[in-house]
Write a protein that binds this ligand. Structure first.
Ligand code: KG4
Ligand code: ZN
Length: 346
C-alpha cells in the first residue's frame, strides 16, 4: 500500500510517500520533500498565520510533484492520502486538508486525517532502528512538552506535561532575548556550543517535584533578568548565557524522562518533536539511559521537526493496527485545538 502524507499545520509544508507492504512490521519512507517558511517569518519574530497559509498554497502542489518524481511513481499508484487534521493553525491546516481531499477525490482514493502529535510520536519508526512497544515518549516541540506511556498505536497515556511554556518555546523565547532571531532553538544551541553551561545559575522548575510535569516560563524570566543585568556586556557573555539556558532545559527534560522510565518500569525511551534535534539533549539522554540499562530511540534528525513522512507513517500504522480505516468522505474539517486524548483507543 502506498500512502501520501501532507503536513501543513504550522510553518513547514511537508509531503512524503510511504510504502507499507502487507505483512511488514514497519512501513518505509520512499521519498519526501519539505519547504520551511522560517526565513519568511523571521522578520516578524514568529509565525504569521495568514502568510503561512498563503505559502502552503504556493508550495504544496510542487512538493507533491517532487515527491512523486523522486519516488518514480504516478499519482494513480497512491492508495491513501493522509493529511494533518490538527492541532495547528486553522488556515494552514485547511490548505493541507483541502489539497489532500481534492487529490483523493480526483483519484477515487480514501483519505485519513491524522493528529500532528501522533505523527511526532510515531516518527521514530521511520529510523533505521525502530523501537518496540511499549515505550515512554518524550514529546518536545514548539507547542508541546509531554511524557507519555505508549502501549501501542492509539494507546497513549499522558504521564506529565508542561503547565506553561513548551520546551521549544523556552528555546525560542530565550533566543529572542539573546537577539538570535527566529526560530531560536537551533541558533541558541549552535551558540551554546561555544559557551559554558554552568556560567549562569538558572532555575530548573519542578525538577524535584515527584510528578512528571514541567514548567519553563520562569526560565525565560530568569534569562531576561540576566540580559538586563549584563546590559552592554551581553555580547561578551552571550554564548555562556545560551549554554546555561540550554543546560537548564536539557537537565529538566533528562531527569523527568528518567523518572518516567523508573515510574513505569519501561526500558525504552522515544524522543520526538523539534527539540529532539538538540545535540546536548541527545547526548545526555543517551548517557543517562545507558547507565540505567535503558535504550533511547530518535527519529532521524531531519524528521524531528515537522514533515510529511510522519503523517504518512502514522496513517500507515493506524491502518495496519486496525485503529482507523481510510474514508472516501471528502467533506473535510480541521481541528486546530485537537486534544490527543480524543484519538485514544481503549
Ligand atoms: O516539532 P516542531 O518542528 O514544530 C512544532 O510542532 O512545534 O518543533 C519546533 C521547535 C521550535 O521551538 C525550535 O526552536 C525547536 O523545535 N528546535 C530546537 C532545535 N531544532 C528545533 N530546539 C533546540 N535545539 C535544536 N537543535
Ligand atoms: Zn510539530
Amino acid at each position: 500500500m502506498w500512502l501520501l502524507g501532507i503536513e501543513s499545520s504550522c510553518d513547514e509544508t511537508g509531503v512524503a510517500l510511504v510504502h507499507a507492504p502487507a505483512g511488514e512490521r514497519v512501513p518505509t519512507l520512499v521519498a519526501d520533500a519539505l519547504h520551511t517558511q522560517a526565513a519568511m517569518h523571521e522578520a516578524y519574530g514568529g509565525v504569521v498565520p495568514e502568510l503561512a497559509s498563503r505559502d502552503h498554497v504556493r508550495r504544496v502542489l510542487p512538493l507533491i510533484r517532487e515527491v512523486m518524481s523522486k519516488a518514480n511513481q504516478s499519482l494513480n499508484d497512491i492508495d491513501v492520502v493522509a493529511f494533518t487534521r490538527g492541532p495547528g493553525l486553522a488556515g494552514a491546516l485547511l490548505v493541507g486538508a483541502g489539497t489532500a481531499c481534492a487529490l483523493a477525490a480526483s483519484l477515487g482514493k480514501p483519505v485519513m486525517g491524522i493528529h500532528h502529535l501522533e505523527g511526532h510520536l510515531l516518527s521514530p519508526f521511520l529510523s533505521a532502528d525502530p523501537p518496540e512497544f511499549p515505550f515512554v515518549a518524550l514529546l518536545v516541540s514548539g507547542g508541546h512538552t509531554q511524557l507519555m506511556r505508549v502501549a501501542g498505536v492509539g494507546h497513549y497515556e499522558l504521564l506529565g506535561e508542561t503547565i506553561d511554556d513548551a520546551a521549544g518555546e523556552a528555546f525560542d523565547k530565550s533566543a529572542k532575548l539573546l537577539g538570535l532571531g527566529y526560530p531560536g532553538g537551533p541558533a541558541l544551541s549552535a551558540l551554546a556550543a561555544r559557551g559554558r553551561g554552568d556560567a549562569f545559575a538558572l532555575p530548573r522548575p519542578l525538577l524535584h517535584q515527584p510528578n512528571l510535569d514541567f514548567s519553563f516560563a520562569g526560565l525565560k524570566t530568569a534569562v531576561l533578568t540576566q540580559c538586563q543585568k549584563l546590559g552592554d556586556d551581553l555580547p561578551a557573555h552571550q554564548a555562556d548565557l545560551a549554554a546555561s539556558t540550554q543546560a537548564a532545559i536539557v537537565e529538566v527534560l533528562v531527569k523527568k524522562s528518567l523518572k518516567a522510565l523508573k515510574q513505569t518500569g519501561l526500558q525504552r525511551l522515544v524522543v520526538a518533536g523539534g527539540v529532539g534535534a538538540n545535540r546536548l539533549l541527545r547526548a545526555e539522554l543517551q548517557a543517562a539511559c545507558h547507565k540505567l540499562g535503558a535504550r533511547v530511540h530518535y527519529p532521524e534528525a531531519a524528521l524531528c521537526t515537522d514533515n510529511g513522512a510522519m503523517i504518512a507513517m502514522a496513517a500507515a500504522m493506524r491502518l495496519q493496527s486496525g485503529v482507523q480505516t481510510a474514508q472516501a468522505d471528502y467533506a473535510f474539517d480541521v481541528l486546530p485545538r485537537w486534544a490527543l486524548d480524543n484519538i485514544l483507543t481503549h
